[in-house]
Design a protein around this ligand. Structure first.
Ligand SMILES: [Zn+2]
Length: 436
């Protein structure tokens, strides 16, 4: 770790102070880059056995290749004196750990073998992703192990200004699509990313995962400061024990809960299902909605804040309204006797606002509301969707949240819009199982 710090220090040039993030206590420790403590003295050269994937490879040959299309493990091993019986043993031994039939095209494998008149395989290592690797030991008794490389997490920062869109700005900063998507998701209830303005700008802190110094993916976003229409928005990542959630500087959740039901006092007459007998068409078909039986004229309310994207009559849907709540959620309300006054495309609605009245227009055999729900463009069962928590930081976590917040806000404040590069803010050497 020390060695790598010095290397990063050199990259940063002037930096003489590092932030150390203590993951367990959630505290910051400032520490001078104690050069004198760095162990970079010339060690006595003791010849150590050369190891690869934990295997001593002195006097052995190493072959590194990529899996070809449709290539299987016996094809790879056969030229190295591995008999079918042994491959069978191998497949059996690896059953619980890794399915040998799942070698994927273009993934890296390494063959360690002894060069002889007939080359003899000692081990095969397969790497399904940059973090995990599977070691097939082929010595006398066959064994299989799934191992993981050490993942180092570093915090990085980014600053950008909107010219056309967030996606375009992020791309110019060489940010991954995943980072952009998470950014949008965090502010889904606060900011309409389709209506950004030129000159809106942001600062961002996020985690990057490194294996042997090479980036292999991003971790969590830790904080964002967004300036939009001269308003300021903050997102601070904080984990109260149920995974990372995002809060504003007051500790309020950035999520807003959706109402579970679009009408009061009702009964569910037909649930979402892959197959039901249609009461009007008299045939079996999927029902991608939830029907609420209710008297004609009952008020239908929007389950959340949003923008009306459709409000019209359709042959099957009757009078219906569709509302986009944010980039994640969209809902639709069918068979209305009447659409509420003023509800038309482009209009903003509030949670609980009446958008129409129960009826039986379109393909319906009695007054009811058919309620439809989309998450990320996919239709799902509104009654089964797990809606995000929208509670503020818990009472007992407030002090810890405060210290996390102070740290993040300070880091955000220190980011300069002028340098859009990503200085290293902190690093922690945490081995994350299943980090990839
Ligand atoms: Zn329905």
């Amino acid at each position: 770790m020390r060695r790598s710090l010095v290397v990063f220090g050199a990259i940063l040039g002037a930096a003489s102070i590092f932030y150390f993030l203590n993951e367990e206590e959630g505290q910051i420790k400032f520490q001078e880059a104690a050069i004198e403590q760095v162990v970079d003295s010339v060690k006595e050269e003791i010849p150590e056995p050369k190891k690869l994937y934990g295997i001593v490879v002195d006097d052995l040959n190493i072959l590194e290749k990529k899996v070809k299309r449709n290539q299987n493990i016996s094809e790879i091993l056969a030229p190295y004196n591995v008999k079918p019986a042994k491959i069978y043993q191998l497949a059996k031994a690896s059953k619980e750990i890794f399915d040998v039939r799942k070698l994927a095209t273009n993934k890296k494998y390494t063959l360690i073998y002894k060069a002889d008149s007939v080359p003899e395989a000692k081990a095969l290592i397969y790497e399904p992703n940059p973090i995990d690797y599977v070691v097939f030991n082929l010595e006398d008794s066959v064994s299989v192990e799934l191992k993981q490389r050490e993942v180092k997490i570093v915090e990085k920062s980014m600053a950008g200004e909107i010219e056309y869109s967030l996606a375009e700005t992020m791309e110019n900063l060489s940010a991954s699509h995943r980072l952009t998507n998470e950014f949008v998701d965090i502010f889904a209830w606060q900011i309409d990313f389709q209506r950004l303005q030129k000159g809106d700008r942001f600062k961002l802190i996020y985690e990057e995962k490194l294996v042997d110094g090479i980036p292999v993916g991003i971790g969590n976003i830790k904080g964002i400061h967004f300036e939009h229409f001269a308003n300021e928005y903050f997102a601070i990542a904080y984990d109260q024990g149920n995974g990372i959630e995002y809060f504003d500087e007051e500790g309020q959740s950035l999520r807003k809960a959706l109402l579970k039901y679009p009408i009061k006092f009702t009964r569910i007459s037909s649930r979402y299902s892959g197959r039901r007998f249609h009461p009007v068409q008299k045939r079996w078909k999927a029902h991608r909605g939830t029907d609420f039986a209710a008297p004609r004229g009952t008020e239908i309310r929007s389950v959340g804040d949003g923008i009306v994207v459709a409000a019209k009559y359709g042959k099957y849907n009757g009078n219906f309204v569709k509302i986009r709540h944010n980039s994640t959620y969209t809902t639709q309300y069918l068979h209305m006797s009447k659409i509420a006054r003023g509800i038309e495309p482009g209009v903003k609605v509030k949670q609980g606002q009446a958008i129409g009245y129960v009826g039986s227009t379109g393909l319906a055999n009695g007054p009811h509301l058919c309620y439809r729900f989309w998450k990320n463009g996919v239709q799902i069962d509104a009654l089964k969707v797990k809606l995000p928590s929208a509670s503020p930081v818990n009472e007992k976590d407030i002090v810890k949240f405060q210290s996390t917040k102070d740290r993040i806000l300070k880091l955000l404040n220190d980011i300069d819009y002028a340098d859009k590069v990503e200085p290293l803010l902190a690093q922690s050497e945490v081995k994350y199982p299943n980090a990839y």
